[in-house]
Design a protein around this ligand. Structure first.
Ligand code: NZQ
Ligand code: ZN
Length: 396
């Protein structure tokens, strides 16, 4: 096991009815709140009303700002930073999924910085301090509610990059699984895929081979997320399944499962970010395409861990390591297909002829992330596994 420091300061308040506690939790961090939310689901479902009531009861002053879009963009965040400063606000309450929480993190960092907020994403500056954030999570997926990162798209350059800093962990996140009952089926499944791939990035890209504790943490979470997603697919209001999906997705990217794994790259995410930056598809939909493609590419070089995955997740124990690895990836892909998520570029209306363009975009992020092995050609090789021809040979 590699040396590590694990410190996750986010306070989690979990359970039905906990939205009513957001006012008190936020009052511990500030007096004048920016109430940030998305395109309209929070108002429609009633969660925003419950948040407003709770902020009022706690005696907080607040200004509302809606309109954060999925795959959130830099220009919106810039305007929100100006608004935050102009109104002399001191805390952000983010009500939504990853897009709203990531925008809150961008505002929080930008509000305490004299320069251009994109500097944090491009690697030109580090976040030293940030305004405090509290969240009411409405969609189980990204883990942003309990981690220190955020992702934004620069719409002019089509760069979907991330910022990270210990000062960006939310102070408190309210996780009420009932708030996720209304998430449409497609987004529920994209969220499950996202959490699964967060686990698998660490699992397949760990800095060393022998990690029995981390492996079993990942395998246990993965199996639980899959079981929960299967139930939610048919029964969106099943509380135990929504609860497992919600807490499981949070644990999948809060630093727990990668503590001790050494430096893990996130190559599937690196490539996916180009898909959602260029074609504006949901992040989880991009991952269900890139995930199996990357696994085919990587397992051809080093099948052992993929064979372990096949055996422990899908009970595949026949054949050579290579054969088991391939069977495991196929089983995962079948599971994705049964959940209604795309697994090939054309299924998301992405022309295969665009592979060089996507790879060029991803290559720029590889440079920022220091994933030097991923040259333009290697990224193209990954994406070629996501073409329609592969679908035909797989008999689909
Ligand atoms: O905008 P509204 O109207 O609120 O609708 C949203 C949106 O259309 C809807 N929704 C959310 N909660 C709902 C609901 N609809 C009904 N009932 C509810 N309770 O769902 C749609 C998707 O929301 P979004 O926030 O975009 O989804 P998600 O949570 O998957 O976030 C995706 C973003 O997070 C980034 C992704 O790249 C993407 O930009 N990520 C953030 C990470 C992080 N900060 O750690 C890590 C991830 O790898 C990821 O990159
Ligand atoms: Zn992700």
């Amino acid at each position: 096991m590699q040396p590590f420091t694990f410190h996750n300061p986010t306070r989690i308040v979990f359970g039905p009815g906990t939205t009513a506690r957001i006012g008190k939790e936020t009052k511990a961090c500030g007096r004048r709140a920016l109430l940030l939310y998305g395109k309209g689901s929070a108002e429609r479902t009633g969660v925003l009303g419950r948040v407003r009531d709770s902020l009022n009861q706690a005696g907080l002053q607040w200004e509302a700002l809606g309109g954060v879009r999925p795959n959130p963009v830099l220009n919106f965040a810039r305007e929100a930073i100006a608004f935050f400063r102009q109104q002399r606000l001191d805390v952000i309450v983010a009500v939504g999924g990853g897009s709203v929480i990531d925008t809150a993190k961008t505002i929080a960092a930008g509000a305490r910085y004299d320069g251009e907020v994109w500097d944090f994403f491009s690697g030109r500056a580090e976040v030293k301090t940030a305004a405090p954030i509290t969240t009411v999570l409405t969609l189980a997926a990204t883990g942003s509610e309990m981690n220190s990162g955020g992702v934004i798209t620069n719409e002019e350059s089509q760069e979907k990059y991330h910022l990270a800093s210990p000062s960006l962990y939310p102070q408190c996140s309210i996780l009420d699984p009932v708030n996720t009952f209304t998430v449409p089926r497609d987004h529920s499944m994209y969220g499950a895929v996202d959490a699964m791939i967060h686990l698998l990035e660490g699992y397949f890209n760990a800095g060393e081979e022998d990690l029995p504790l981390q492996d079993r943490l990942v395998e246990g979470l993965l199996r639980t997320l899959m079981e929960a997603a299967e139930v939610v697919y048919h029964e969106p209001e099943n509380y135990p399944a929504r609860a497992n999906l919600m807490w499981g997705a949070t644990l999948a990217l809060n630093g727990l499962t990668t503590a001790g794994t050494g430096n893990t790259g996130f190559p599937m995410h690196m490539i996916e970010h180009s898909l959602s930056a260029i074609y504006d598809i949901a992040h989880g939909a991009g991952l269900s395409i890139v995930g199996p493609a990357w696994m085919r590419y990587a397992s051809a070089r080093a099948p052992r861990k993929f064979a372990q995955f096949a055996e422990r997740i899908f009970g595949i124990d026949q054949g050579t390591a290579s054969q088991r690895a391939q069977a495991g990836i196929e089983a995962l892909e079948k599971w994705f297909v049964a959940r209604g998520v795309p697994t090939r570029l054309p299924e998301a209306n992405i022309p295969e002829q665009d592979i060089p363009r996507i790879a060029a975009n991803a290559r720029r992020l590889a440079e920022v992330w220091g994933l030097d092995d991923y040259t333009q050609r290697e990224i193209e090789a990954v994406l070629e596994h996501a073409g329609a021809a592969t679908a035909r040979s797989a008999g689909r």
